[in-house]
Write a protein that binds this ligand. Structure first.
Ligand code: PHB
Length: 397
């Protein structure tokens, strides 16, 4: 189209969240040029609260690929989690079971590290673009049209395109329905997430099952805490005063050990959508999908960000090979390798969710059965070990 400024690059990346930025960083290390765009501003991404737990290999990837070692200095190593039910804590000790840990290091920090690393290394990342259009994924000339914040129109021309624009992005719907399968599951509840100005109530994460529904006690800093409780899918945050939120959270963690949450002013309230989704295959022609654009997990297993980083790691390797050998057929390897992890994570996230949440139609039998399941996990080394392996992350393949 007349008036569009052409940009030529090897890999065009739609979406500059953790998947897109990690991919761009890894490609640059392998000598492959890319350009990433995002409709959000850097500040918008940096201030949107997301998950907080990194698997062992996600930490390694950030440090070993040279993004940053800040996670090791400012993140908190967690050597286990607590499964709390019938008002008692049951610790799953990852170190003792499998010699692994996770790190509490919020996604907003991961994003900042990645954006800083790309800026430091001269990466071409354009935030705040508008009017994005994807063209030509079914031929050898994929293109992305967009206008920048100053209304200048561009056409990005590349060898391969990566859709890393999240679950509400454009790219996954570019794949014609006849060429994709969308697997989908809805849950009849959501999470109410808060940030509170208060000291930590626990050193590690507490996943609490209760008759009133699930609650999760997480942390952010010495003075700000992150907590969640199961709520109705259509819950309105304005119906919840600070007092009402605290009494609900306290009721869900209360028990004979006298555990009480440290309270403080609530500075953010949001209802988080809750669903499981996978689109297969993760490739169509010259486009591949990465991160939430290809799959969504409910947050109970803390897998979303970790899957996005794992996709980027596999994809960087496969794209580098495709370019070096001028052979796009290797992109199918990406789908096969990524989906194995994705479906394991889907299962784990679904399992943690159904084991810990109260289904609105559940009977007394269902509630007692859940306790039976939780007792099975904590009293069996094999059961606890499965949880520890899945939570800290399967080894990279
Ligand atoms: C968080 O700290 O935001 C967090 C931690 C664990 C989860 C989900 C969210 O499973």
């Amino acid at each position: 189209m007349a008036g569009r400024i052409p940009i030529r690059t090897r890999i065009g990346i739609v979406g500059a969240g953790p998947a897109g930025l990690m991919l761009s960083h890894l490609l640059a290390s392998a000598g492959v040029e890319s350009v990433a765009i995002d409709t959000r501003s850097r500040q918008q991404i940096e201030t949107t609260q997301r998950a907080g737990i990194l698997e062992r290999d996600s930490v390694r990837l950030l440090v070993d690929s040279g993004v940053s070692d800040r996670v090791l200095r400012e993140g908190h190593e967690h050597t286990g989690i607590s499964l709390r039910f019938s008002g008692i804590d049951h610790r799953i000790d990852f170190q003792e079971l499998i010699g692994a840990s996770t790190w509490l290091y919020p996604q907003t920090e991961v994003f900042t590290d990645l954006a800083d690393a790309r800026a430091r290394d001269g990466g071409d990342i354009r935030f705040g673009v508008r009017h994005t259009e994807i063209l030509g994924i079914d031929d050898a000339r994929p293109r992305v049209r967009f206008t920048d914040a100053d209304d200048i129109a561009y056409e990005l021309r590349c060898d391969y395109l990566v859709g890393a624009d999240g679950s509400r992005g454009l790219s996954r719907n570019q794949v014609p329905p006849a060429h994709r399968h969308q697997y989908f599951r809805e849950y009849p509840f959501a999470w109410f997430g808060i940030l509170a100005q208060a000291p930590p109530s626990a050193n590690e994460l507490v996943y609490a099952h209760s008759d009133r529904g699930f609650a999760l006690i997480s942390q952010r800093t010495e003075s700000v805490q992150r907590m969640y409780f199961q709520c109705a899918a259509q819950e309105d945050v304005d119906d919840w005063s600070d007092d009402r939120i605290w009494s609900e959270l306290q009721a869900r963690v209360a028990g004979e050990d006298g555990f009480v949450l440290k309270q403080g002013p609530i500075i953010e309230k949001t209802v988080l959508p809750f669903r499981s989704f996978v689109q297969e295959p993760m490739r169509c022609g010259t486009m591949v999908l990465a991160g939430d654009a290809a799959h969504t997990v409910p947050p109970t297993g803390a897998k979303g960000l970790n899957l996005a980083l794992a996709d980027a790691r596999v994809l960087a390797e496969v794209l580098e090979r495709a370019i070096r050998n001028n052979d796009s057929s290797v992109l199918d390897d990406y789908t096969t390798r990524a989906l194995e992890r994705v479906w394991k994570a889907q299962h784990f996230s679904y399992w943690m969710t159904t084991m810990l949440h109260r289904h609105p139609d559940s009977s007394d039998f269902d509630a007692r059965r859940q306790l039976g399941e939780l007792h099975s996990v904590i009293s069996s080394e094999a059961g606890s070990r499965y949880l520890a392996e899945a939570y800290t992350g399967w080894p990279s393949t």
